[in-house]
Design a protein around this ligand. Structure first.
Ligand SMILES: NC(=O)c1ccc[n+]([C@@H]2O[C@H](COP(=O)([O-])OP(=O)(O)OC[C@H]3O[C@@H](n4cnc5c(N)ncnc54)[C@H](OP(=O)(O)O)[C@@H]3O)[C@@H](O)[C@H]2O)c1
Length: 306
């Protein structure tokens, strides 16, 4: 029987169990994947802790994860896009922290041979969200974009996607991540008190747009630096709706496959790289989520089924 990671109560990572589950079956219009790698995103430990109960109501026990890369091992009725044996990446319908997962072919793309499994499993959530956020912000060539938490999973994609669009990017990060930000094309600034002055020292007339991937009270300074709320977008500060900024709650949404194609093209051209912070076996999911929840990584965490 395949193994999946589940939890029966909300809580810290001790609630997680690797359990045997009944084999999944691909329904009409679905494919089943033998999971080779599952990407970890902060939303996963937020779900486990019950912090997303309102946005994502669950029946417990439940599983985690939606970023997936794997091999198609069963094809449901009517599926023509993929066949058994195809290597794919994208988003799963059933939890991806598992040896087996069901996916909608419309949320998958072919995995290029030269993209490793750990990178393949790290693109859909963080990359798709970054792509969609920049699209919503309408970032254009020659513009200056400020990104809060630029060294994180979403930030690292957003910096490189914005640079590829021809924008200048200023990114906030702890000092330990400044070299990382320079290496991917951003001008680093330290977050915290005095941020507006540090940004103005680089961009004296302020910035054209702001992407907030931090959610630690950066909205007022963002509106100030952008000269208004219209081109400020947060992925985290869901309570900031009354400020007039854009609030984005839903990952890549309908843009998922377009985003993945763009990201894979940039990877192929050597213009976007995806640092992997660490890979854990599925049986060590608790350690992986503990590491993610420390909030100071500059690379993706990936789970690999044994
Ligand atoms: N709404 C959506 O659709 C959506 C989609 C994806 C993600 N998200 C959310 O977006 C956030 C970022 O996701 P992620 O995957 O990029 O997370 P991540 O990989 O864990 O990165 C978190 C980043 O936060 C930075 N950080 C820590 N303390 C900070 C502070 N005081 N001020 C500014 N930055 C600080 C860290 O940078 P340093 O190490 O340099 O401190 C780290 O790089 C999460 O809250 C996630 O849940 C939302």
């Amino acid at each position: 029987m395949p193994i999946a990671v589940q939890f029966s109560d909300y809580g810290t990572s001790e609630v997680l169990r690797a359990v045997d589950v009944a084999p999944l079956t691909a329904g009409p219009g679905q494919v089943r994947l033998a999971v080779r790698a599952a990407g970890v995103n902060p939303v996963d430990w937020k779900i486990m802790q019950g912090l997303m109960r309102q946005q994502i109501p669950l029946h417990l026990p439940a599983g985690l994860g939606s970023d997936v890369a794997g091999v198609v091992d069963q094809v449901g009725a009517g599926v023509t896009a993929f066949a058994v044996g195809d290597e794919v990446l994208g988003t799963s319908l059933t939890p991806s922290y598992a040896q087996s997962a069901i996916a909608d072919p419309a949320a998958l793309v072919t995995k290029p041979t030269k993209v490793p499994w750990d990178v393949a499993a790290s693109l859909a959530g963080a990359g798709g969200t970054a792509w969609t956020a920049l699209d919503r912000l309408g970032i254009a060539k020659g513009e200056t974009l400020l990104i809060h938490a630029a060294a994180g999973g979403v930030g690292t994609f957003a910096v490189q996607l914005a640079v590829a669009l021809g924008a200048r990017v200023i990114g906030t990060a702890g000092e330990h991540n400044h070299e990382h930000l320079r290496s991917i094309g951003a001008v680093p600034v330290t977050y915290g008190e005095g941020l507006a002055d540090r940004v103005r020292a680089i961009a004296p007339r302020g910035v054209d747009a702001v992407l907030d991937a931090s959610g630690r009270g950066e909205i007022p300074v963002s509106i100030e630096l952008a000269g208004g709320p219209e081109r400020v977008l947060t992925l985290v500060a869901f309570d900031a709706g009354d400020t007039g900024i854009q609030i984005h709650v839903s990952g890549a949404g309908e843009n998922g496959v377009r985003a993945l194609h763009d990201i894979l093209t940039l990877i192929d051209e050597g213009r976007l790289r995806v640092p992997i912070w660490r890979t854990y076996p599925l049986t060590e999911t608790a350690a992986a989520l503990d590491a993610s929840s420390t909030g100071h990584l500059n690379g993706k965490i990936v789970l690999v089924p044994a």
